[in-house]
Design a protein around this ligand. Structure first.
Ligand code: FDA
Length: 396
């Protein structure tokens, strides 16, 4: 006896994360009968851990130029049709208190759990059926889409791939969306970890490792990109927002440069301190400009232990250059285990930017992080999930 329920649903959404729940809300509100399937025991797990448990749910300055994609124009349509203002209005409607932390980043005052509760309440109000703990074993397209799970088969004329990227496999991230897309003939842009700490080897690592935990404001650069934010030394290399941001633009074999004294004319400052404090040691002078441990390590690595007055200006200039343009060759990244996002994914050339529907497979939609659209750090990735999910839901 068949256990296929062919006519129960208008759409099946794989993944009860940020994008999948948003697509379900938008389609459900339009009267579509929607089923959401997820293998996790609870919905929106990444939302729960995001932003240190307070969910940086969007960014006031969200704009298409803050996203990476092989087609930088692709995100424009969805981002303009469901904006950060739309999501903020939803958050306000649910009475969730929030604040701007920095750089337009909006965080909950309380727990990220409020955002998941809001999405689930909206799903319930829109009549969405949510099934958790469902292991998807097969997806076929006999006539419409049939999804097999350990508990039976379900079918619908539309299927939405919203299972996200490969980051944090420990939390249940899988390549399911990529695999299904590939099977239906959609091309992929090679996935790689993004917003991820960088690792180093050899002499740079020897300098960095003992500095683990030291943080300072800096500018990280790679090619034409520059991010003035906090930098953090780790036991494997570098992290902190400036590094996470630049990591998404970094390609293997390319150098990055660091400005450890942003906004400061370092040669002029060091020469001035030499005149003002001739008997001071370089590490003492540097410690007025940088965290003490870093100052001591850099002074030891680059200057003799002599009073400032005995150091030639050219030695101070060389150190200043190092502080302003420290060129480093990363060995790699800390990988998907530590990456906040996955760069690459389903090639946008295969999708409609208006609806996220596959051009060659009517009824198949791909949304959220599974698509080759990746935002900067700071709430941009959730906004992409909300926007791409919303427009897909409008088309289901
Ligand atoms: P998401 O990963 O949210 O959801 C995918 C869903 O699919 C999950 O529920 C998963 O269980 C399910 N799934 C996966 N494989 C499956 C399978 N084989 N079968 C069934 N179900 C399956 N962004 C931001 O804007 N602000 C922030 O503060 C943060 N903070 C943050 C912290 C950390 C630690 C991480 C790892 C990431 C962030 N992010 C973030 C990024 C953000 O979490 C991410 O971009 C979105 O969650 C992507 O939304 P999606 O819905 O596309 O995938």
């Amino acid at each position: 006896m068949s256990n296929i329920h062919l006519s129960n649903f208008d759409a099946i959404i794989l993944g009860a994360g940020a994008a999948g729940l948003m697509a379900a809300i938008s389609a459900g509100r339009r009267g579509r009968r929607v089923l959401v399937l997820d293998h996790a025991p609870e919905a929106g797990r990444k939302i729960l851990i995001s932003g240190g448990g307070r969910c940086n749910f969007t960014n006031l300055h969200c704009a298409p130029d803050r996203f990476l994609s092989a087609n930088p124009h692709f995100a424009r349509s969805a981002l303009s049709r469901y904006t950060q203002g739309d999501f903020i209005a939803l958050v306000r409607k649910h009475g969730i208190a929030f604040h701007e932390k920095t750089l337009g980043q909006l965080f909950c005052d309380g727990s990220a759990r409020a955002v998941v509760a809001m999405l689930l309440a909206e799903c319930a109000a829109a009549g969405v059926e949510l099934r958790l703990g469902e292991h998807i074993t097969a997806v076929e397209r006999p006539d419409g889409f049939r999804v097999s799970t350990g508990r039976g088969d379900v079918a619908a004329p539309a299927l939405v791939l919203a299972t996200g990227g490969l980051s944090i496999p420990k939390m249940g991230a899988t390549g399911l969306a990529h695999d299904i897309a590939r099977r239906f003939g959609l091309p992929l842009v090679s996935p790689r970890p993004g917003l991820v700490p960088l690792t180093f080897q050899g002499a740079p690592l020897e300098l960095m490792r003992p500095l683990s935990g030291v943080a300072l404001p800096a500018i990280a650069r790679c090619g034409k990109r520059a991010f003035p934010e906090a930098l953090l030394f780790t036991h494997r290399g570098l992290s902190g927002p400036a590094i996470l941001q630049i990591s998404s633009y970094w390609q293997e074999g390319a150098p990055i440069t660091l400005d450890l004294l942003p906004g400061m004319d370092a040669p002029a400052v060091l020469r001035e301190r030499k005149r003002a404090r001739p008997r001071a040691e370089p590490k003492t002078v540097l410690a007025e400009l940088l965290p003490g441990r870093l100052a001591a390590a850099l002074a030891e690595a680059h200057l003799p232990t002599k009073p400032m007055a005995e150091l030639p200006d050219r030695a101070l200039d060389a150190l200043a250059l190092q502080l302003k343009r420290w060129e480093l060759l990363p060995a790699g990244t800390e990988g998907y285990a530590k990456a906040e996002v996955t760069l690459g994914g389903v090639d946008t050339a295969a999708l409609s930017s208006r609806s996220m529907e596959a051009k060659s497979v009517p009824g198949l939609f791909v949304i959220g992080e599974a698509v080759d659209v990746t935002g900067w750090l700071g709430g941009y990735n959730f906004q992409w999930a909300w926007s791409s999910g919303w427009v897909a839901g409008e088309a289901l």
